[in-house]
Structure formats: C-alpha cells, structure tokens
Design a protein around this ligand. Sequence first.
Ligand code: SF4
Length: 427
Amino acid sequence: MNTPTPVPSGTCRDAPILKERGQREVFCGLTGIIWLHRKMQDAFFLVVGSRTCAHLLQSAAGVMIFAEPRFGTAILEETDLAGMADAHEELDREVARLLSRRPDIKQLFLVGSCPSEVIKLDLARAAERLTQIHAPHVRVLNYSGSGIETTFTQGEDACLASMVPVLPTTDQRELMLVGALPDVVEDQAVSLLTQMGIGPIRVLPAPRSAEAPGIGPNTVFACLQPFLGDTAAALTRRGARMIQAPFPFGEEGTTLWLRAIAEEFGVDEDTFDRVTAAPRARARKAVANASEALRGKSIFFMPDSQLEIPLARFLTRECGMEAIEIGQPYIHKGLVGPDLDLIPAGPTISEGQDVDRQLDRVRAARPDLTICGLGLANPLEAEGLTTKWAIELVFTPVHFYEQAGDLAGLFSRPIRRRSLLNLEAAE
Ligand code: SF4
C-alpha cells in the first residue's frame, strides 16, 4: 500500500478540486436504457442512432431476445444526410409502425445519440409533432444519450428530467423519491418510510405513465442517486424542494438519508429508532464481515459512474479504507455536498478526466484497489493492479441497509482474488 499522506483538518467539501478536461474513458448515456426499460413498464425507448448504438444495446441487453423488447434503434444511414425532411418523415413512419404494432406503449422516448446526422435532427420538435399525432394514447418525449458529453449515468438523469415538465400539478404535500432502483430495493425504502408514518410517497419514474407523480409547491423530493442533477434542477423549477442528505449507501449513509426525510416530516426520535434499529444492526454486522479484507487498504476512483464521492464516504468511514484520489465526472455540490462533508480532507478530489495523466497518478500511487471503466481495467490488471468495474455498481442492488454488506463485498472480492493469485504465484 502506498504511504498514507497526513490528513489535514477539515473535510473534502472545501478541498481544492483538480479539474481535468482531457480525453475520457466512459460509456455513453444509452446504457441507462438497460435499467430504465425494466422500471417503466409501458415505455419504449427508440434510439435514433447508428449501427454502433444498436450493437451497444444488443450486447448490453442480450437477454431481451426472447421477450418483446421495450427498446430499439431507428438506424439513420449516411444517405439520410441527403435531406432532413426525409429523416423526419422516416422517423414518423417508424414510430407509426411501432405504435400500431404495440398498443401497450404509453410513453415513447426518442433517444438522441452522437452521430452527426442525428445531432442535426431536432428531436424535441419531432417529439412534439409525434405527441400531437398520437395523443392521448401515447406521449412522446425526447432526451440525449449521446456519448459526446455524457457519462453513462447521465442517460437516466436526462430521461427523468425530460419527464418533469409534463408531470401533473398537485398542491398535496407528498414525498417524491427520485431515481430508478430495482423494485426490491425501492420497496425496502418505501417500507421504512411508511413505518415511520411518512406519506404519501411517490416515485419518479413511476412503473406506469398513469401513475406519474404530481408536483407542486408542497412536494419535497429526495434523490436516490447522486447523478440526477438535471432532474433535481427541473423539479426545483416546478416548485418542489429537495431534501439534502448523504446518499443511502451503507449503514451510515442510509441512516442519515432516512433521518433527513424523517426530520422534514416531523418523525420523533423514538419512532425513528424503533423502525431503523434492527435493519441498522443487520447492516453494521454485514458490513463488518464483508469489509475485513478492506481495512487499511487504499483506493483510487477514476471518474465514471458519478457514484464515486458517496462510495468513497462509505468505504473510508465504514470499511476502513483510505482514499487516494476520488475522481468524479462532474461534481455537483448541491447533491454530493453532504457526502463531501463527511470525508476528512486528504484525498485528491478530481473532476473530469485527462486519462493519461490520471493513469500516471494511479501508477505512481499503486493503490490496493482502482475503480475504473471496463476499458481501463484489463490494462491495469496486466500491470499488477487490482481493479473493480464501476459499471457493476449501477447494475447491482447496493442501496439501503439490506444491501450494505453486498456493497462492501463488491469491493472486497477483487482484493481477495488478488491475494489468492499472489499466494499461488508465490508457491
Ligand atoms: S450514442 Fe454514440 S457513443 Fe453511444 S453507442 Fe451510439 S455512437 Fe456510440
């Protein structure tokens, strides 16, 4: 492990941020379709893109071959460049064909991508036109999943943000949970909050368009994911108020996230303790068991999933790790500020990426564990470094008490594997 640097006083909230704007190594925002289509059961995601986009979706979601898929790609060929009017007509024909074949679709997302011929298409105008044609049965929205400016988790943010302007208005005092988590995890959160007497609770995205939450000046919302900056801004513009808290990773993060909501709704301390005591104890025990291999180990986060800061908080405070660098594609202090408050100053906090320079820092530090994208993991493993793919953290249930042990396990597994490999090599 590299030598720990002395920890200055203060927290990472006020630490200087190393801003890098060079070459990046990340997936594009189309990736979010893989988990969004499972949550929104009457939605269809029509990617307007190239064969590359179609291949990305097919390889990432090959399991859909035997099911009626809820996403597809309208491939714009080079020849479409000849006339934008033709491209719009072709898109209208594709959508009409799709909707006549699939009456179950109630929300259609036109998802933009990065080929230049797609960028020239005005998909917002296309969505408006198609909504007029297909209303009231289907609402057509659009967002960009392009890989030019996004990290892969921004696809979900852009999708949810596109839904906010069309949410119905309400004056009811309601709690809105924002973010697409696996149903079993979402149910745990709703159950804990309900046991505290908090409600009504609504979720964005709703499983069906008819159940879309209302929004208004009495709506308060809590984000479930740290990458929902545009959605949070759009909700605020509609008059809702955000409850700020650390994100619900690990025992501590979950407790602080729940506590912030409980305080907003005036839940007393006894009720809070009664509801959370048992799952908190389970989470503490599970984390203690799963994090044995992590204690005293160093970790380096390359910017990828946008979960880096909350996860660094969990790993340093609950699992005994030492963070060397915490890189995040974008740092939105309005969202991750409460997590930064809990991380003692010391690690380098970096925003954006200049991949070669960052790899130089990884090689110099030789951390015990590096969190990075798929493309960087194999070369670093070949250099004897231990890695973890950031994308797995988004595809695995990791939020709230019951998943806290699994979350620690995701990081300890590669460290254990490396120790075994080293033992075998030594024999
Ligand atoms: S949106 Fe861009 S980066 Fe993503 S698959 Fe399509 S061409 Fe590739």
